[in-house]
Design a protein around this ligand. Structure first.
Ligand SMILES: Nc1ncnc2c1ncn2[C@@H]1O[C@H](COP(=O)(O)OP(=O)(O)O)[C@@H](O)[C@H]1O
Ligand SMILES: O=P(O)(O)OC[C@H](O)CO
Length: 498
């Protein structure tokens, strides 16, 4: 039993990956599922369909890897965070489709609470802001809008969970209602200083305590899978939200180490060690990981559109056939044109937190074509990262820290051009590792370590391998002028502009 199985339940697809004794991937299976957009700004998933993709990808990965459940020492689960499932404890059926992290339906609810002056209290306890992104207001919406849900919730008949909890419930045949500290930290209901669900905030959102799962460390005994599912029971021994799992997979174990993941969105986490930094710059405080009951904290910056802007070039504008083609267009763009594309397709995340603004392009001339738009799209990812980088640097230095490393991963880091622009606009080195699948690796490592088949922190960190460092080549004056243009473009785009 020296293999580990990771389940990576993401926003658009589910993947199961078998890792070998050397914690290298052996084989994997992936399946996309339906995105539901019932109204403008609303995004839902069918939680049963997600469960089905987990069953079939796990079976597929075991088959492809030529292995079986008896040979798997542990399962690790990593997941899209903040997404809310509310289900009936008796039937195991969801009472509504899952409300996805991108969903903005509770913008008015969170704005009202903010206007009433509750944000400082919530930020102090949870590290988060009163924004529809997080689970709390989405759960409150379900209790208000699903017929009979509140009465059942108060009678203890319903269970709430982020996707990890939902999957563990079904994997264990309804035996365990648990989550881990990193997922709990994204709900807006969990006090990350005290390590418990927060009574004041539960009261604020009118959420019955009986709905909530038990919170465990990232490495823990989460239960054993029902033997009927995969032919034998497998212990679930690792759980982490996907961005925290990437932080683990990138071995960002020292304070000052920052990882930035470029998938659909971009999520940057800076390890701040034992210190929970109270952001003065609208960054988030969160739990990077938790072992032996001890949380390691992080500052997080969340950008909702990164790789999604490349998908828009492909599927919306249809100026490329595949994501990788964006680089050739950017390289061929006219250097004399300065175009800014602010990809606020669903509003802007950190540090602006403006759910109402929408995307814009500035600086168009008669000579502007697909090349210049594609270049502006790729550059928008660099500019947004600099927004986060500056805000985090200010918070972190204010707390006496110093940044030292930036490690990148995710699908978009395949673009050398984008990574070079990132280094240029940050004025800092950008390190790209050999293994870009850091999310699944991170949680596989946790599960394997818990099972005693993978090494501890130091040996895992020593195994992290650099593929390439991108060094800044842009001169400082150009860098600052370009960035000032971006700030101007954003200020014209914000809905709250005076
Ligand atoms: N060579 C590339 N250049 C630019 N963007 C890319 C490239 N390859 C993939 N992407 C973008 O990366 C994203 C996919 O990354 P991935 O890490 O799989 O995301 P997720 O886990 O959010 O689905 C897509 O949005 C895609 O447009
Ligand atoms: O599923 P991903 O990779 O798009 O990640 C989503 C994040 O966890 C949302 O906070």
């Amino acid at each position: 039993m020296t293999q580990v199985l990771a389940i990576d339940q993401g926003t658009t697809s589910t993947r199961a990956i078998v890792f070998g004794p050397d914690h290298r991937p052996v084989d994997s299976s992936q399946q996309e599922f339906t995105q539901h957009f019932p109204a403008s700004g609303w995004v839902e998933h069918d939680a049963m369909e997600i469960w089905d993709t987990v069953l079939s990808t796990v079976r597929g990965a075991l088959d492809k890897a030529g292995t079986s459940a008896e040979k798997i020492a542990a399962i690790g689960i990593t997941n899209q965070r903040e997404t809310v499932v509310l289900w009936d404890r008796e039937t195991g059926q969801p009472v509504h489709r899952a409300i996805v992290w991108q969903d903005r339906r509770t913008a008015a609810m969170t704005a009202k609470l903010r206007d009433a002056g509750h944000e400082p209290m919530v930020q102090d306890k949870t590290g988060l802001l009163l924004d529809p992104y997080f689970s709390g207001s989405k759960l409150a919406w379900l209790l208000e809008n699903v017929d009979g849900a509140r009465a059942k919730a108060e009678a203890g008949k319903l269970a709430f969970g982020t996707i990890d909890s939902w999957l563990i419930w079904h994997l264990t045949g309804g035996q365990r209602h648990v989550t881990d500290a990193t997922n709990a930290a994204r709900t807006l209901l969990y006090n990350i200083r005290e390590g418990q669900w927060d009574e004041d905030i539960l009261r604020l959102f009118d959420i019955p305590r009986a709905l909530l799962p038990e919170v465990l460390d990232c490495g823990a005994e989460f239960g054993t899978t029902d033997p009927a599912l995969f032919g034998a029971g497998i212990a679930i021994r690792g759980v982490a939200g996907d961005q925290q799992a990437a932080t683990l997979g990138q071995a960002c174990f020292q304070p000052g180490m920052l990882k930035s993941t470029y998938g659909t969105g971009c999520f940057a986490l800076l390890n701040t060690g034992d210190t929970l930094v109270s952001s003065q710059n609208r960054m988030l405080g969160t739990i990077a990981y938790q072992f032996d009951g001890r949380p390691t904290y992080a500052l997080e910056g969340s950008i909702f559109v990164a790789g999604a802007v490349v998908q828009w070039l492909r599927d919306g504008l249809r100026c490329i056939d595949a994501a990788a083609d964006s680089q050739a267009l950017a390289e061929a763009a006219d250097p004399s044109q300065t175009i800014y594309l602010v990809p606020a397709f669903t509003g802007l995340g950190a540090p602006y937190w403006d759910p109402d603004c929408r995307g814009a392009i500035y600086g168009l001339t008669r000579n502007t074509g697909p090349n210049e738009i594609a270049r502006a799209a790729l550059e928008s990812v660099g500019y947004q990262t600099r927004d986060l980088w500056q805000a985090m640097e200010a918070d972190w230095q204010g707390a006496g820290g110093a940044e030292n490393v930036l490690r990148v991963d995710g699908g978009m880091t395949a673009s050398d051009w984008t990574m070079q622009f990132l280094a240029d606009i940050l004025g800092a080195d950008v390190d790209r590792p050999e293994v870009l699948e850091t999310t699944a690796l991170g949680v596989a490592w946790v599960a394997g370590m818990q099972a005693g088949v993978y090494p501890g922190f130091d040996a895992f960190a020593a195994d992290w391998a650099l593929e390439r460092t991108f060094k800044p080549q842009m001169d400082a004056a150009t860098r600052e002028a370009r960035y000032a243009g971006w700030k101007d473009a954003v200020s014209r785009t914000l809905s709250t502009r005076g």
